[in-house]
Design a protein. Structure first.
Length: 250
């Protein structure tokens, strides 16, 4: 474990700063950057992420090896059959953390272990923001994450238990349950809050932006899918509607 602070209940489990220091891995110092000009942020960028292709991916259930288990759609393969919208896609503005520094967030991102899966399946969090995992079921679950820079950690969660972590480095972190190993979730940890996760029909709306030129990217946890990157220009008071695509790489 490295680069994270973990709390189960009120017990501090670990701080991985020493191993980071040994590797020369330190959080970026952005204190010299100008603050994000929230008073100038009036442009709205919203839109949808849709599937690119003539045929939609085959719907696949979660591989739950339990007797009488309900059939639950694997969110990694979900595409809305009516709108072709792609849920659980992560839309963000690239490079914005190199322009401005952003205030820390006091609110927590909550991942619920419920109904034999994680809710939400995809979330975004700021570096240093609290990410909470809660067991809402009557069975033993597990709280595990894996990241290249933030390390890995594994802890059982009894019925009704909760655990939390604050990540020090931006990256994509994979959450799992080793007890029910079909359960997973993805948290995109960033140094800026200008991102959104798409809804069931692929809709999203980014936090308001100042006028300027930006590059938008869409990502998805499915390793066989590729999201679009596109440059956009927004003007003061704009309400831009854009359509981004995800396609299969095979």
């Amino acid at each position: 474990m490295r680069g994270a602070i973990i709390v189960v209940g009120s017990l501090l489990l670990g701080v991985g700063a020493s191993s980071c220091a040994e590797r020369g891995d330190h959080p970026a110092d952005r204190s010299a950057l100008p603050a994000f000009p929230a008073h100038e942020a009036a442009a709205v960028v919203r839109g949808r992420v849709v599937w690119k292709g003539d045929s939609l991916p085959r719907v696949r259930p979660l591989p739950i090896p339990l007797p009488d288990a309900p059939e639950i759609v694997n969110p990694k393969w979900e595409v809305d059959s009516e709108t072709h919208g792609v849920p659980h896609a992560f839309v963000e503005v690239l490079g914005i953390a190199d322009r401005w520094r952003f205030d820390a967030r006091d609110d927590a991102i909550v991942l619920r272990q419920e109904g034999l899966r994680y809710y939400p399946f995809v979330a975004g969090a700021l570096v240093g923001q609290e990410v909470v995992v809660e067991n809402h079921e009557d069975i033993l679950h597990n709280f595990k994450w894996t990241g290249r820079r933030n390390g890995t950690f594994n802890q059982n969660l009894e019925k009704g238990a909760r655990a939390s972590v604050r990540f020090r480095f931006p990256e994509t972190v994979h959450f799992q349950c080793d007890v029910q190993n079909w359960m997973d979730a993805w948290v995109y940890v960033r140094e800026h809050p200008i991102f959104a996760v798409t809804t069931k029909d692929g809709s999203f709306e980014l936090p308001k932006l100042p006028p300027g030129t930006y590059e938008i990217s869409v990502r998805h946890p499915n390793p066989g899918w590729e999201g679009e990157r596109r440059g956009i220009q927004v003007r003061e008071g704009d309400r831009s509607e854009i359509v981004l695509t995800i396609r299969s790489m095979s």
